[in-house]
Design a protein around this ligand. Structure first.
Ligand code: GLY
Ligand code: MN
Ligand code: MN
Length: 489
């Protein structure tokens, strides 16, 4: 043991002496975080139960190319493991396995010299023990010999399976792990509510246990979310300075995402939404292909950097030419007012629905005052006289974290929740109102930490007020002046 420690110390000293730099950023969540989270789950689990989590599946893009792999958020939260083809067992009480007692087991991919030559090193079971600090680890190929008696538990907690896992034909791959697990616990049908075959199987409870945990952020998670939000808002600032008519939506998306990468954010937390003019009316517009953004248009930009697994979710809507026209400004300022109304209500004890109500009231009444529609009374949505919620058809708030629409309770706000407030107004052309409003689409989306007394605006680096946006747009950015050679015909 001592020899190994001396070896590692010497290796580290040697690495530093030769100037070898680390391969990865050093601010990922530490194994201690995941260990503590596993214990927090264990504490919530019912007596004599086991919770089972499978890694995310590898999804095929085309032929022999897969989509970039992204771990299942629950699996990542509990382990820090970023590889596919793994299964995790967390026991409420320690179990005797292979003559040792343990309260957790992970099965991970075995080493494979050829595949590691192509795809890079695998953690292997020794890595799962040493680096992830799981208590017991095996290779996926060993799952076959894992003879745990699942009938001895009062509850076997797992999520139902989606039929989208490809068989790689390798023993111990995810397909094989799921197939074997189903056999071992006797789970045949996909919906236990129809006819539970074995009443200790539970595909419902785990979701609420994980919501309780993931909905309230730890200090480590909040620190990472702050970084994700800062990076995303710096992206918004840079685009505000660079923006001019004639740019393409793709180019604008590229500036945001370049800023994300510059700060070593690994991914976008969700597909970036960059919609100019009428494209802004499509709530989840992700084509981002309009070649030339036009003078006089608004552009709605909803993007979030993912930083060490945690994603921001920030939207800014700006005038492409740097000045809101009178109608755009009226709608923009109304959305701003709606967001401010929700911020007033945002504190522990308030309901998510209170925030939504606050934003809707401002939008519905404001659009009547502007004459966009005559009445905000509750009538059928197709009635042209009334516009209640017609141009604000979505919710206003959700948790963010390892998922952009993160797991958490959606009842009452609690300290250390991190949420969005994102009212919007979208008036597509053809709407039953004066044409001057057509194709105005505005969303303002910010990220908030619920504090003991109220809430803290995390995304304050990017201006929200219309005047502040116009002021920042007068500044310049190298991205607005970047000239590259024309492509050959
Ligand atoms: N970006 C998706 C959303 O705002 O919920
Ligand atoms: Mn959102
Ligand atoms: Mn968003």
């Amino acid at each position: 043991m001592q020899k190994i420690t001396v070896f590692w110390v010497l290796l580290c000293v040697f690495s530093n002496a030769t100037g070898q730099k680390p391969n990865k950023p050093g601010d990922y969540l530490l194994p201690e975080f995941h260990i503590e989270r596993r214990q927090a789950l264990r504490d919530q689990m019912p007596a004599n139960s086991v919770a089972v989590f499978f890694s995310n599946s590898v999804r095929n893009r085309a032929n022999d190319v897969n989509y970039v792999y992204h771990q299942d958020p629950d699996f990542y939260y509990l382990t820090g493991h970023q590889e596919p083809h793994a299964v995790l067992f967390i026991f409420k009480e320690p179990q005797l396995i292979n003559s040792s007692t343990t309260d957790e087991i992970i099965f991970v991919r075995a080493h494979h010299a050829l595949m590691e030559l192509y795809d890079g090193p695998r953690l292997g079971k020794e890595g799962a023990l040493e680096k992830l600090r799981l208590d017991m680890a095996f290779e996926g190929t060993e799952f076959e010999r894992f003879n745990l008696d699942f009938t001895s538990f009062d509850k076997v907690l797992f999520y139902d399976f989606f039929n989208d896992v490809r068989d790689t034909k390798e023993k111990g791959d995810l397909f094989d792990l799921i197939r074997q697990f189903r056999e071992k616990v006797g789970y045949e049908q996909d919906d236990l509510s129809i006819e539970p075959r074995n009443n200790n199987l539970d595909i419902v409870m785990l979701d609420s246990l994980m919501k309780n945990l993931r909905g309230i952020k730890t200090q480590e998670e909040i620190a990472l979310l702050r970084k994700a939000v800062d990076i995303s808002t710096i992206g918004q600032r840079e685009v505000m300075k660079a923006m001019h008519p004639g740019m393409s939506e793709t180019e604008v998306q590229g500036i945001h995402e370049f800023v994300f990468k510059k700060y070593q954010s690994e991914y976008e937390g969700y597909p970036s939404i960059v919609g100019a003019g009428h494209n802004g009316c499509v709530l989840h517009y992700i084509d981002n292909l309009k070649p030339e953004i036009e003078d006089g248009e608004l552009i709605l930009m909803d993007l979030g950097a993912e930083y060490r697994g945690y994603t921001a979710d920030v939207t800014r809507t700006i005038p492409v030419n740097g000045r809101f026209n009178p109608e755009q400004k009226q709608i923009y300022d109304l959305v701003y007012e709606a967001q401010e109304a929700a911020m007033e209500v945002c504190k522990p004890g308030a309901g998510f629905t209170d925030l939504l109500k606050a934003t809707r009231e401002v939008v519905n009444n404001g659009l009547v005052e502007l004459g966009v529609y005559k009445s905000a009374a509750k009538k059928h949505i197709t009635d042209p006289e009334t516009g209640r919620n017609r141009y604000y058809p979505h919710g206003c708030c959700h948790h963010i974290g390892l998922d952009v629409h993160d797991k958490g309770e959606y009842d009452v706000l609690q300290e250390n929740m991190v949420i969005t407030i994102e009212p919007g107004i979208y008036i597509p052309s053809g709407s039953p109102c004066d044409k001057k409003w057509w194709d105005i689409a505005v969303r303002i989306e910010d990220d908030f930490l619920v504090t003991r007394e109220g809430c803290e605006l995390l995304s304050d680096l990017a201006p929200r007020k219309s005047e502040e946006i116009e002021a920042l747009m007068k500044e310049s950015s190298p991205f607005g002046e970047l000239v590259l050679p024309e492509l050959k015909d």
